[in-house]
Design a protein around this ligand. Structure first.
Ligand SMILES: Nc1ncnc2c1ncn2[C@@H]1O[C@H](COP(=O)(O)OP(=O)(O)O)[C@@H](O)[C@H]1O
Ligand SMILES: [Mg+2]
Length: 319
């Protein structure tokens, strides 16, 4: 399946661009988003990378904490996910405040008993926002500009972490609630309506649903972006093995920043030779992947014109 097959496939709801910092994830996510929107899909491009660059890429402020239309392209919206705001919303989704004393006791106990810490990191919050948009029917497609490798991997671990954390919390809570009702009866308190268990369960279900969607290759594709350098090969190997571990569908690799032939420049030619040799190794190593080669541009990829140019290269329709 080529990148073009993925981008112009009606069934693909989620595309993620992943790889090391600076390789071209944001540029690629932006270019795929523009292609999607121009093909008629209501497209949302979201950055979950704390090192945001989507605003720079589109030359428009997308850091306001809400989804905004991207100027100059119909049916395209974008946002850089604000982890602070995400944190609040995720806590609300978890029902904190509404959880009641049993839950906070259970959380404490859980820490003591299991040694597990509840999710509280930026990564978890970004993931919470991600869950929200996976479900959003206002868009035909959501394209994620994900974080550098290490961060992405943490996000991918979140469903399992949360799942086991919540599972334990729920069990703990069940046990505690019988004690608590005895206490309440003792203190003469009434039976109050309890929705916190339901909220936890709903969040857990949402995560499970997301896992199903994210591991279905007909719905989701993870596009790996890399540069033709030896170090990048190791990073990509690590990323792919983790993606495999989570059944994340990945079948395409973008090799970016390839130096074009230039016989007049000894320096360029030397670098090109090195890159081309690495490219051979990369294709050999990841031989079941589809490759898209992208040349190094003579300037930054910034603004619609260069993003569009990159898009043409991604679907093999340049020149
Ligand atoms: N093929 C390319 N040619 C020239 N500049 C590029 C190319 N790909 C990316 N860049 C530039 O490199 C920088 C990093 O790209 P970006 O897409 O933001 O990477 P990431 O999101 O992986 O950190 C940006 O300044 C971008 O304009
Ligand atoms: Mg980026």
């Amino acid at each position: 399946m080529t990148l073009k097959d993925i981008i112009f496939n009606d069934d693909i709801k989620t595309i993620m661009a992943g790889g090391k910092g600076g390789v071209g994830k944001t540029s690629s996510a932006g270019a795929m988003a523009v292609l999607s929107a121009r093909n008629g899909y209501r497209t949302l491009v979201l950055s979950t990378d704390p090192a945001h660059s989507l605003s720079d890429s589109f030359d428009q402020n997308l850091a306001g904490g809400e989804v905004v239309p991207i100027e100059g392209i119909d049916k395209l919206w974008g946002m850089e996910i604000n982890t602070q705001k995400g944190m609040q919303e995720f806590q609300e989704a978890l029902g904190s405040g509404g959880l009641g004393p049993e839950a906070s006791m259970a959380t404490e106990l859980l820490g003591d008993v299991s040694g597990m810490s509840p999710p509280g990191s930026d990564e978890a919050m970004a993931f919470g926002k991600m869950l929200e948009f996976l479900d959003d029917q206002s868009y035909d497609r959501v394209i994620f500009d994900t974080a550098p490798t290490g961060h992405t991997l943490k996000l991918l671990e979140m469903p399992e972490l949360l799942d086991s954390w919540m599972g334990k919390l729920i069990t703990m809570r069940q046990r505690l609630s019988s004690y608590m009702s005895s206490f309440k009866a003792l203190l003469g308190g009434g039976q109050d309506e309890d929705t916190s268990w339901e909220k936890l369960q709903q969040t857990k279900d949402k995560i499970e649903d997301a896992r199903k969607k994210l591991s279905n290759p007909n719905l989701t594709q993870f596009v790996v972006v890399m540069i033709p350098e030896a170090m990048a090969v190791f990073e990509t190997q690590r990323l792919l093995s983790s993606l495999g571990q989570f059944n994340f569908p990945a079948s395409n690799i973008i090799v970016n920043q390839l130096i074009p032939p230039n016989p007049d420049c000894a320096f360029c030619s030397k670098r090109r030779t090195m890159q081309q040799s690495n490219l051979v190794d990369i294709k050999d190593l990841f031989n079941d992947f589809d490759f898209t080669e992208v040349p190094l541009f003579d300037g930054e990829i910034r603004g619609l014109e260069s993003i569009t140019m990159l898009g043409k290269i991604l679907i093999g329709e340049d020149n």
